[in-house]
Ligand binder design. Structure first.
Ligand code: KIV
Length: 273
């Protein structure tokens, strides 16, 4: 494959993620929601691309992921999968598509796999969804877990604050992580929890633990692409590192375009037929 920033251009598999943990190699994961961005992210060497339901926030302007639907996820998912050659592509199961019962969960999981062509699904929750996770796995679909701040439950939490600071919630999280591993999940995302707790889970489990706001003693990191590229400077949680200021780059470029059109300096003689 040409144009890749990494030497190892083999397709990343769930098996490879496990190997990376065993070899102490960190896993880099980012979200993407469209063809053009996913192609760039894949070529830059990201190991896992997540078609996150954070699309609800950053692509649609909703304040939570709750309104995001299965049909919408499939549209974003297809676009991403068409672009990616190397990264493992994981797709979020949207809110309401797996919480009702196992049968509906498996049906919706199969629909996402068939209609997007992604490699793996991510579900939020532990013990309360473990039967559905097992059924999806037994249908031959790889599953990634997601514990800690699980945004689909924001209306229950009532806040985006750090989770599992208290002993009882931390205990449940550790238990949930073990249940997900025993069920056969390929990895778990831990979102916005104390770094010490995330480190404990990563050391107890054999499957990779991927953190977001969970410190560095885990097996990999994930960020929302729009956040790390600085597309919206008003969102600045403590855990976020910005690698670019694209909001400034884009508004400057668009402002220049507007000025050029108004002053008739675009198009010039060489930009016409
Ligand atoms: O939807 C999403 O982007 C996510 C990540 C924050 C892990 O679930």
């Amino acid at each position: 494959m040409s144009g890749y920033l990494v030497e190892d251009t083999r397709k990343v598999t769930t098996h490879r993620l496990r190997e990376m943990k065993q070899q102490g190699k960190k896993i880099a994961m980012l979200t993407s929601y469209d063809y053009t961005m996913a192609k760039l992210v894949d070529e830059a060497g990201v190991d896992v691309i997540l078609i996150g339901d954070s699309a609800s926030n950053v692509m649609q302007g909703n304040s939570t992921t709750v309104p995001f639907t299965l049909d919408e996820m499939i549209i974003y998912g297809r676009s991403v999968v068409r672009a990616v050659k190397r990264s493992l592509v994981v797709c979020d199961m949207p809110f309401g598509t797996y919480q009702v019962n196992c049968t509906e969960g498996v049906k919706n999981a199969i629909r996402i796999m068939q209609e997007t062509g992604c490699d793996c699904l991510k579900l939020e929750g532990g013990e309360e969804i473990i039967d559905t996770v097992k059924k999806i796995l037994s249908a031959g679909i790889p599953v990634m877990g997601h514990l800690g701040l699980t945004p689909q439950s924001i209306n229950k939490f009532g806040t985006f604050a750090v989770r599992a600071r208290e002993e009882s919630e931390a205990k449940k999280l550790v238990n949930d992580a073990h249940l997900l591993e025993e069920a056969g999940c390929c990895a778990i995302v831990l979102e916005k929890i104390p770094a010490v707790l995330a480190a404990r889970v990563a050391s107890e489990l054999k499957i990779p633990i991927i953190g977001i706001g969970a410190g560095h003693e885990v097996d990999g990191q994930v960020l929302v692409i729009d956040d790390m590229l600085g597309m919206d400077l008003s969102f600045s949680p403590k855990f976020l590192r910005r690698y670019a200021n694209l909001s400034e780059v884009i508004t400057t470029a668009v402002g220049q375009y507007v000025a050029d059109v108004k002053s008739v300096s675009f198009p010039n003689d060489s930009e016409q037929y």
